[in-house]
Design a binder for this molecule. Structure first.
Ligand code: OGA
Ligand code: MN
Length: 286
């Protein structure tokens, strides 16, 4: 018996996992339990994993798939391109990582042909009582859509453009270099995504959506905006309040997430993120 427990955190999304120390290698049975809970709950919180090192974090994430190295090494740990640093902290005037990352609803690496399946975020330093991360379960959103809308959007494809959306999303960052832009060309993904492991249908939205294929741009953007407004209703949102050492694992295939503002002049927030590469998204007609 592994002694591991999962306690549901909200209606339909999220569970807290206790009884496991992620600074130690996991036996197969424990990993299977965690993996099944991850598929069931979409978001798993592992409180107070203070002993987990960066290499432990890498080893754990690798159980879910090959790691994605970030295409902007300036935001990663030195010698660890698999570890993205999300932080407002500066040392000698130089930002330690990405500032104001993920402040719009998104899923990780959606601009890649094979976006992330698992993301795993470890809180090294967090402000008290602010800087929550918000999550939405996109299966529940899909299933709550009016039947006529579900019918209308099934099988549609969306063009995701890192290049077009970059200056809109990140006016505070330098523009993409030509080499960076070339590394992330536009990519097409289904608007309704069939989860490759659970078979459930999920609304697949994000922050780099640019157009609906085969639709006039205005009409496509209006449709995406309506779906986005529907999905981000408060009733679908779960807020995770961090404490130092907490680690949260989520499934990008069936959830969206969003960072929230905090008093950046007063507090330090330092997070390490690892991501496992997933499958090419697809839509399977039920
Ligand atoms: C991320 C992310 C949200 C946060 O690391 O992928 O979106 O609250 N982080 O830091
Ligand atoms: Mn993110």
């Amino acid at each position: 018996m592994s002694g591991i427990t999962a306690r549901s955190l909200s209606d339909g999304l999220g569970a807290e996992i206790n009884g496991v120390d992620l600074s130690r290698p996991l036996d197969e049975e424990t990993f299977k339990t965690i993996h099944a809970a991850w598929l069931d709950h979409g978001v798993l919180a592992f409180p107070a994993q203070k002993a987990m090192t960066v290499d432990d974090q890498i080893a754990f994430t690798r159980r879910f798939g090959a790691l994605i190295s970030h295409h902007m090494p300036q935001f990663c740990l030195p010698e660890r391109p698999e570890v993205l640093v999300v932080s407002n902290v500066k040392e000698d005037g130089r930002p330690l990582g990405q500032e104001k990352a993920g402040r719009n609803w998104h899923t990780d690496y959606q601009f890649l042909a094979e976006p992330a399946s698992a993301s795993f975020l470890h809180a090294i330093e967090v402000p008290p009582d602010q800087g929550d991360t918000l999550f939405i379960g996109m299966t529940a959103v899909h299933d709550a859509l009016p039947a006529a809308t579900r019918k209308r959007i099934a099988g549609l494809n969306v063009v995701h453009s890192r290049v077009q959306t970059w200056p809109i999303l990140y006016p505070h960052r330098p523009p993409l270099s030509a080499a960076e832009a070339a590394r992330t060309p536009d990519i097409v993904h289904p608007l309704v995504r069939t989860h490759p492991e659970t078979g459930r249908q999920c609304l697949y939205l994000g922050d780099v959506m640019w157009a609906v294929e085969g639709m006039d741009r205005k009409e496509g953007q209006a449709l995406l905006r309506d779906l986005y407004n529907f999905a981000t209703q408060e009733r679908f949102v779960y807020a995770y309040r961090w404490r130092p050492g907490d680690a949260v694992l989520w499934d990008n295939r069936c959830t969206m997430h969003c960072a929230t503002p905090f008093a950046e002049e007063t507090y330090r927030r330092l997070m390490y993120r690892t991501t496992a590469q997933g499958e090419r998204p697809f839509y399977a007609d039920p």
